[in-house]
Design a protein around this ligand. Structure first.
Ligand code: UDX
Length: 415
């Protein structure tokens, strides 16, 4: 059977509740139609009947949930309520994980051993222990979020937001209509220790996953699914620049306090005396939550072309400068050496499509980011960046001056 499949093998880990089984089965069916062979791993609770799905291989793992006298309905009801009440559904989820983690690990090891081309393990976010296991096994973990994108993005951060921040930070009518203050009040009411641990485990699994599949459609939850257009600041200092620990810390707090979503490239070895980001300050991760992401390398041209990106904090290397111009992204300039100083002057003073970050003090960083990306004060800078993008695109068209010059060179060197 496996040999007949063109696209390889996938393992899907189900959560044992109807509202989770349905989307996971739908996903399995789609993936199977695309040529993947599918093994479905599931706890015993609420098991599906394999004879109804002969195209999939089913493997069950013991969950001991029935032994704990918790009926399916009871658990499902508690789960439904869990996001807005204090019931101890989190405790039930923890029991599920406690009971399932070891059997799941063994089961995944066996499956990987018997299949040579398992491309990934796709797990329901409720089965977050799967991510820890796949991290150890060195195979990509992809999480399936069966409920809305908004719950995934908002629920982890809502408890950390104060009333004022919530009111002032939300400009989108879509999010305003969701009555987030009321929702927040319900969520933060006496969270149990188990609830906090489960939330942290969810967030952690999502962070480590190679991809997130959300059972939704973009137009339904526009603000949640596409970061707001031009809201993300991309931070990268090219391939050579080095910073010290204090600069890392100040940059981190500047980004965190700006409240803008960010994607930050920190190359391994970029921070003097550190392997990677071990010297990030305590509390930074918690304060940033899902809003920020640090990576070792990013597909920069694609990132800059993304509609969600609205600013580029750059060292002003020439390639980065050209790439940013071609995508109309205004720049926050922090040159390090050599031509970067001249490039920064061009960006800030000649083309006027960026602002120089005069010093790294976090308050100054916040103000400069806001000015560049949000405040009216930066409107002209943002407009000029877009104008320059249009000019660049014209020069790159077939009969544009850049293309003509290049064609001239080709002619000259052609025999
Ligand atoms: C060096 C010098 O430092 C710079 O001053 C000079 O202008 C060119 O040579 P570098 O520092 O690496 O370059 O910066 P830059 O010119 O911007 O080139 C970096 C390249 O790496 C860009 O093409 C950028 O797209 C790419 N990159 C960088 C990624 O693709 N992903 C990353 O995460 C970081």
């Amino acid at each position: 059977m496996e040999e007949q499949q063109k696209s390889g093998h996938l393992v899907l880990v189900m959560a044992p509740f109807q509202g989770h089984l349905t989307p996971m089965l739908q996903l399995a069916t789609i993936l199977h139609s695309k040529g993947f062979s599918i093994t479905i791993v599931h706890p015993e609770l609420n098991s599906l009947n394999p004879s109804n799905h002969p195209e999939f291989t089913f493997v069950s793992i013991p969950d001991k949930i029935k032994e704990s006298q918790l009926s399916d309905e009871d658990l499902a009801d508690k789960l439904k309520e869990s996001l807005v009440s204090n019931v101890d559904v989190a405790g039930s989820l923890q029991s599920l994980h406690k009971n399932c983690a070891a059997p799941l690990q063994k089961c995944l090891e066996n499956i990987l051993h018997s299949h040579h081309h398992t491309a990934a393990v796709i797990y329901d976010t409720l089965m977050f222990c799967a991510q820890t296991i796949v991290n150890e096994l060195g195979i990509p973990g992809i999480t399936l979020r069966t409920s809305s994108a908004t719950t995934m993005l908002l629920f982890p951060v809502l408890p950390q937001l104060g009333e004022k921040e919530l009111m002032s930070g939300i400009e989108s009518p879509e999010l305003q209509a969701l009555q987030l203050q009321r929702l927040r009040a319900l969520i933060v009411q006496n969270p149990t220790q188990a609830m906090m641990e489960v939330r942290a485990a969810f967030t952690n699994a999502i962070k480590f996953s190679s991809a997130i599949i959300v059972n939704s459609m973009e137009f339904l939850e526009l603000d949640a699914l596409s970061k707001a257009p031009k809201s993300v600041i991309y931070v990268s200092f090219g391939s050579i620049a080095i910073i010290d620990k204090q600069e890392l810390i100040e940059t981190a707090w500047g980004l965190s306090n700006s409240k803008q979503p960010f994607l930050w490239v920190v190359r391994p070895g970029m921070v003097c005396g550190s392997e990677w980001i071990e010297s990030l300050p305590n509390g930074f991760e918690e304060s940033v939550g899902e809003r920020g992401c640090i990576v070792k390398w990013a597909p920069q041209k694609e990132v800059l072309a993304h509609a969600a990106v609205g600013g580029f904090w750059s060292h002003c290397g020439w390639n980065s400068t050209i790439e940013s111009i071609c995508e109309g992204v205004p720049m926050l300039c922090r040159p390090f050496f050599g031509d970067q100083l001249l490039n920064s002057n061009y960006i800030c003073n000649v083309w006027k499509i960026g602002l120089e970050l005069q010093n790294l003090e976090r308050g100054n960083t916040v103000r400069t980011i806001k000015r560049l990306m949000v405040d009216m004060e930066g409107k002209d800078i943002r407009k000029r960046a877009m104008d320059l993008k249009k000019k660049a695109a014209l020069r790159l068209m077939e009969d544009g001056s850049t293309s003509c010059s290049f064609n001239g060179l080709i002619k000259q060197i052609s025999v």
